[in-house]
Design a protein around this ligand. Structure first.
Ligand code: IFM
Length: 488
């Protein structure tokens, strides 16, 4: 039986409950914890078991691994355009050849099988299916994913299929991208095409990957494709991606496809660094988390996410509200079969609403590593969204500490171990968590970082495309075999 749980978010809003909150989490509220602060929870001395049927896997996305960006009728995506622009990608690399997975998929599936992973998460490249983002279907693209899915099923590997992992067809961007409503409608049509082609496949379907990253990094900060810096377009991109998600869920239900459907949200626990009430951190929590969770799970937008106060998304609130038409929130909040969580770390927030480091970062400077944050996040979801569908973690991982990487990667092993322990702890406290996918199966194209950050369980030599499982991959295999994570 789960023990009594505290609503960390509610306490965060009350602010005055500092002592109680400190008992719940080491980081909020109160002075910023030091990197060496002792964790408030220690793993048991025995291995922590996962429930029978827990789904283990590893994840990739089309643009990051496939390469072959002009093969077999694929159209251009916004990431092809963006990466071709000088100065956008740290090492000047592009999506070609990435990890050459479009050509090496069969041996990659053998690799997954050899590692003993029961599930594989990949994404479908929209511009392979519809080269211009609407209208004509490119049968060669459909056939590729049919072969990939059949290859997985033949090997006894469960497919988790993301419909959109950031590679918007360029012609749709030319017409306004996610800042315009029409893109949501086009996404619904594309989703229906994919569902129709793979109707018989019992898959874990995911509509949109990290709508927050696309909206904020792609449209607000401009450091991801499409490279726009306009906060009102960013806010519009939030709504239109969520609407696209709703349209895809509706197409899935109408098509009577096998398997289940959900959305993949990157969520981040927010800890105030100043003692006492800190409304700015509550607003940052609204922007980072509730702006996505509330519409999907409750059918409402939070009223504290958009505005001019410290920590808010400084978009025009009236303009945002005008985008939301009758019926949109019903579509966005249509019941899901699972909610996919992508967890990389936490953030501190000062009382001016700035996000500040309170835990050590990985080689990805945005990633503040704090495994207990995963527990906090899962418990927050349990309390704040009691009617949420079962959860699945579809991304969690860390880059190698250096761009060259190594097949000896103790940092990744310990990262995964600590996070799996927190996941098992949350399950023990009542969270319905059904699966876990490590990010990533392969070293790949890490967006604006190009090939300079290696997130793979498997090392890829980008000169030869040779694959070599890292020590963490072997360790992860042993966890999967045991369905349990050992203390060391
Ligand atoms: O590589 C990305 C992935 O595409 C989306 N989530 C975060 C990962 C690491 O940055």
């Amino acid at each position: 039986m789960p023990g009594p749980v505290l609503d960390r978010r509610l306490l965060l809003q009350l602010g005055g409950a500092a002592g109680l909150l400190a008992a719940c989490t080491p980081a909020a509220p109160g002075p910023a914890p030091s990197a060496t602060a002792a964790p408030s929870w220690s793993p048991p001395a025995q291995p922590m078991a996962f429930p029978a049927g827990f789904v283990w896997g590893a994840a990739t996305s089309a643009f990051q691994v496939e390469g072959s960006t002009t093969a077999d009728g694929r159209g251009p995506s916004i990431w092809d355009t963006f990466a071709a622009r000088p100065g956008t990608i740290r090492d000047g690399s592009t999506g070609d050849p990435a990890a050459d997975h479009y050509r090496l998929w069969e041996s990659d599936l053998d690799l997954i099988k050899d590692l003993g992973l029961p599930a594989y998460r990949f994404s479908v490249a929209w511009p392979r299916i519809q080269p211009t983002g609407s209208g004509r279907v490119n049968q060669a693209g459909v056939d590729f994913y049919r072969r990939l899915v059949d290859g997985l099923l033949t090997r006894g590997i469960h497919p988790a299929i993301t419909l959109y992992h950031w590679d918007l067809p360029q012609p749709l961007q030319d017409a306004g991208g996610w800042a315009v409503r029409d893109t949501a409608e086009r996404f619904g049509e594309y989703a229906a095409i994919v569902f129709d082609a793979l109707r018989d496949v019992d898959a874990t379907w995911l509509t949109i990957n990290e709508p927050k990253t696309t909206a904020f990094v792609g449209y607000r900060w401009g450091s991801h494709a499409p490279g726009i810096s306009d906060v009102d377009q960013a806010a519009a991109a939030v709504h239109h991606q969520l609407l696209g998600h709703g349209r895809a869920v509706s197409a899935f239900r109408a098509g009577g496809g096998a398997g289940g459907i959900g959305i993949a949200l990157n969520l981040i626990p927010v800890y105030p660094v100043d003692r006492g009430a800190d409304p700015a951190s509550v607003r940052v929590d609204a922007v980072e988390n509730r702006l996505f969770l509330d519409p999907v799970l409750l059918g409402t937008y939070p009223d504290d996410a958009i505005g001019r106060e410290a920590g808010q998304l400084p978009a025009d609130r009236d303009a945002f509200e005008a985008l939301v038409q009758d019926g949109d929130l019903d579509a966005i909040s249509a019941p899901l079969d699972h909610l996919a969580i992508q967890y990389y770390g936490v953030t501190g927030v000062d009382d001016a609403g700035n996000q500040v480091p309170i835990y050590p970062t990985s080689a990805a400077t945005w990633q503040q590593v704090h495994p207990e944050g995963l527990y906090d996040l899962l418990m927050d979801l349990l309390i704040d969204y009691p009617d949420a569908p079962p959860l699945v973690i579809t991304e969690n991982g860390i880059p190698d500490p250096t761009p060259e990487g190594s097949t000896d990667d103790p940092e990744r092993r310990e990262f995964l171990r600590a996070h799996l322990q927190q996941a098992a702890r949350a399950i023990g406290d009542g969270v319905q968590l059904t699966g876990y996918y490590a990010w990533s199966l392969l070293d790949n194209f890490e967006w604006a970082e190009g090939m300079t950050q290696r997130w793979g369980l498997v090392r890829v030599d980008f000169d030869t495309q040779e694959r070599t499982p890292k020590a963490s991959a072997q360790w992860y295999s042993s966890v999967v075999r045991a369905n349990a994570v050992a203390p060391s």
